[in-house]
Design a protein. Structure first.
Length: 371
């Protein structure tokens, strides 16, 4: 729980703005460690084990799920945060909680819920907004309040880990920012920025790994990039060596370039970071060009591959059908969700919360039962 080693621009738990609800002091854990632990013990976190990352209807045990992706993000986050002398516990809490709002079937589910909601006159679905709803409302674990009641810093960093928000398209998010005195137009703390770039590093590299494992593309198909240089080894060891090396290259570039940016910017506090004109955790220009080319390769050869798109389309049809069924027959959601509407929740939001919290297999079972 010591904070003396932190850099001056790190987020010091001893200066935390606290939570909405009073906590008893913990002898062994800082507020940010307790944030992390609340997320780890939440139902939403456990359900990530059965939510898709890229490969739906998985045919093997080794492809990433949303949970394994999240754990990899947290590991990379801690490495970068430690190297930059930031608060590792806060950074890890943001990393572990950043995807709690993802629906079943990954981005396919997000697209399906967006179309379904828009057909009913609602805003598009946004998993970042849904994450905030999970953290602040949908987890029901404590006696006197809904949500996990995270510290101000963990919530602020989670909301803005992808950058400032200049236009509010949701009344819940707007009201919550007002209640918690969060300015959405400022940048996140450095711990939140680290979690965001660790997310980019993790999904790019594990999608490279899963793509090679699935044989949707091979080593000879990869773009000729310095970051992808690798030894000729047996296929399995070759893949592991390539991904390990590429992750390491990403982390080293982020750490060294961000140190330079922080020194040049002259920031000396968290407020300086939040008010700065651009994010301070970034890749160098040359490295970013390589990473962007690798992402373009993955977009064409993995995300848009027919073997990925065919089951994805089936999943989207299932979720859109479920949304329409529950909008027409909300009684199929069960008593807990009907009770929420009795207390004033609107139907579209309730259906979104219900489907958004489903795992892949639960959504499939509900579809088979109701369709």
């Amino acid at each position: 729980m010591q904070s003396q080693h932190l850099a001056p621009y790190a987020t010091d738990w001893q200066r935390s703005k606290g939570q909405l609800h009073e906590r008893n002091k913990d002898e062994f854990r800082s507020p940010y460690q307790r944030d992390r632990d609340r997320i780890l013990h939440s139902g939403a976190f456990r359900k990530l084990a059965h939510k898709t990352q890229v490969f739906v209807f998985q045919t093997g045990d080794y492809y990433r799920s949303r949970l394994t992706h999240t754990i990899e993000v947290a590991q990379i986050t801690r490495t970068i945060a430690r190297a930059l002398r930031l608060d590792e516990d806060l950074a890890e809490a943001i990393a572990l909680g950043h995807d709690l709002g993802h629906p079943p079937y990954g981005h396919a589910g997000e697209d399906a819920l967006s179309r379904a909601r828009q057909r009913h006159g609602l805003n598009a679905f946004n998993h970042n907004l849904q994450t905030v709803r999970v953290l602040e409302l949908l987890e029901e674990r404590y006696e006197n309040f809904d949500g996990l009641d995270l510290s101000w810093e963990a919530l602020d960093g989670t909301i803005k880990h992808n950058g400032p928000i200049y236009e509010m398209h949701d009344s819940f998010l707007e009201d919550m920012c007002i209640a918690r005195a969060i300015d959405p137009t400022k940048y996140a703390c450095l711990e939140g920025q680290v979690a965001a770039i660790a997310d980019d590093i993790a999904y790019t590299n594990h999608d490279l790994d899963d793509g090679l494992r699935s044989t949707l593309f091979d080593f000879g198909d990869l773009p000729d990039l310095q970051m992808l240089r690798h030894k000729t080894l047996p296929a399995k060891r070759r893949r592991f060596q390539l991904v390990r090396q590429t992750i390491s290259a990403c982390v080293h570039d982020v750490v060294h370039h961000s140190r330079t940016l922080l020194e040049e910017a002259g920031v000396r506090s968290v407020d300086d970071v939040m008010l700065y004109e651009r994010p301070l955790i970034r890749f160098s220009g040359k490295f970013w060009e390589q990473l962007r080319e690798l992402r373009q390769f993955l977009y064409i050869n993995l995300y848009r591959h027919p073997d990925i798109l065919a089951p994805r389309a089936k999943c989207e049809d299932m979720l859109e059908t479920l949304f329409d069924i529950f909008m027409s027959h909300p009684e199929h959601m069960g008593g807990r969700w009907l009770a929420k509407m009795d207390l004033g929740a609107d139907l579209g939001t309730t259906v979104t919360d219900y489907i958004g919290g489903m795992t892949d297999r639960y959504a499939q079972q509900a579809f088979e039962k109701l369709s």
